[in-house]
Design a protein around this ligand. Sequence first.
Ligand code: ATP
Ligand code: MG
Length: 658
Amino acid sequence: MTTAVDERPDIIDVDDRVREGSTSQIQDMPAYREHWSRGEADPSGYWLAQTKQRVHWRKAPTQGLEGDCWSVCDGPITWFADGELNVTESCLDRQLAKRGDKVAIVWEGDEPGDVRELTYKELHAEVCRCANALRELGLKKGERAIIYMGMVPEAAVAMLACARLGAVHSVVFGGFSAEALRDRVRDCGASVVITQDVGKRGSKNIPLKATTDQALEGEAGVEAVLVYQRDASVEVAMKAGRDHWWHETVSPASAECEAVVCKAEDPLFVLYTSGSTGRPKGLVHTCGGYLTWTAYTHAVTFDLREDDVYACVADIGWITGHSYIVYGPLCNGATSLMFESVPTYPDVDRYWDMVARHKITIFYTAPTAIRVLAAQGPGPVRKHDLSSLRVLGTVGEPIDPVAWRWYYEVVGQERCAVVDTWWQTETGGHCITPIAPATPEKPGSATLPMPGIMPVLVNEHGRPMVGPGEGRLCIAHPWPGMARTVWGDHARYVMTYFTTFPGFYFTGDGCRRDADGYYWITGRVDDVLNVSGHRMGTAEFEAALIAIDELAEAAVVGYPHAVKGQGVHAYVVAQPGVEADDALTAKAHEAVRGSIGAHARIDRLQYVPGLPKTRSGKCMRRILRKIAEGEPDKLGDVSTLADPSVVDAIIEGAKSFG
Ligand code: ATP
Ligand code: MG
């Protein structure tokens, strides 16, 4: 017996969501389970089918995966090894027929309303011009180009132009110092640097060209510097013979450029990790697998539709910008917004103003930004019409349930799916995340693995765990988007990811699995505390502390304790205007006891003016750990720190604990 569709509200519900042009194939949980099972039973078959649907191949691959988490010791794994493509043909050329006049990139400049739109046709032409110019400057297939720019469309153009030539780009976040830039230029052996005169952020000029000059002093390997002019009123020095203006080199070049055909496993880019846990690693992503993974996850996680206005407000200097501003969205023919400014300029309602003006449907940001904006209350959000929003995403850190609820209730008006996407530079794209609108969410949980991802929790003895529990998060099987190696140092790649738990990719993160099979990232494994035999995630302490209205941010680390094994040192930042008095301290202790239990006791509570953050906004806990351990002289690599002065203040304050 069959039931009429209109008698089954669950089906109507789903049908309603599947609008024309939805490129996700996973709209409900049965479809999710089916795809996940297919990806597990026959990974090569599943991904060969997916890549042929989503990526434009010159020569379609017949090979799926070669290698596994053991064989990486002998050399990189491969996906689609006999396939040939140029990723820009997927992102540009094949879009021209159907989407030539569709906006590919909508750019919102530093000043609100300073907007530029590039259609797929225009973007294609500009990428070809830039590729021709770079070829003239000597850039060849396989050679590296560093891109050190702000958030202008030309940064995406530069990335794609390198890809058009089969050259390898390495984007360095525009906030980095000359020293950090020089390290990366040297590490990847770049022959070309692409930069701009100045970057703009919150009405300030960022002297990108001047910093480049400083970084390149004495670096003979860099033969050419291409400079985009963002602000003609700013004078910058140009070195004759080496430096070339974009408008003099790129603009007059031909708008046609034959794409260089690459092998699936040719490197597409090198990207250095944020450096939260140590010296940054230059991870290598390759053409075929990476593009497949980003296109797939971008369409599936966000339930992408043809008429979406999609906005990821990350910086292209991070993997989030690579995968989810440039490659995934363009491969899917989406309209992708690029944002040059900061969430608080000129006011704290900047994001919401932008959502309303551009009628953004999918909005993707980081928990650190959500916390900052939530502290402003609902007022700045309610000033704007956010009815266009359908899906909200976060990435970068665990999102505490309080911030999650604020995002869901105040920004999403309890109408939007919230996707808390867990992934890493190394993973290329989303690995554990809700899939909108299929996955039922739980605030603070990254929920369930993507098809193709087989997570394993490993206990202290190195054994895989079954069922609910807490352990170290590993992935048992290679997926197309995983980084293949560390540039020039495959041994470091193997050491870092495949030797801790042989046979598994080790993420470095701790994680809890609940009775429903949902995953809760607890933070870095190095951050798990062991107090008198109790294992506790620092993220749990921090969530309890941030839930207090008077506290803006918290970071908790362990330090050696004679009796308990480890003591708990909490660094907390009070909200502006709040006095850090005994009553607040008592409240903090009470909150932790109340939410975790009596065994959770903070031994040292230190009020600090701010937390040491990386340029990508992540807390560098290893610095806080060194300070708590009484070794402030052994902080290690601090080149990616956003504001070093905060560290001095924290070291000073910690002296009171002796
Ligand atoms: P490094 O590896 O140099 O220390 P990093 O790990 O900060 O730098 P990224 O690759 O940018 O560099 O960050 C990945 C890490 O971010 C993950 O390992 C995880 O700790 C954290 N992370 C990302 N998204 C989430 C999320 N949704 N929930 C919890 N943690 C997340
Ligand atoms: Mg990492």
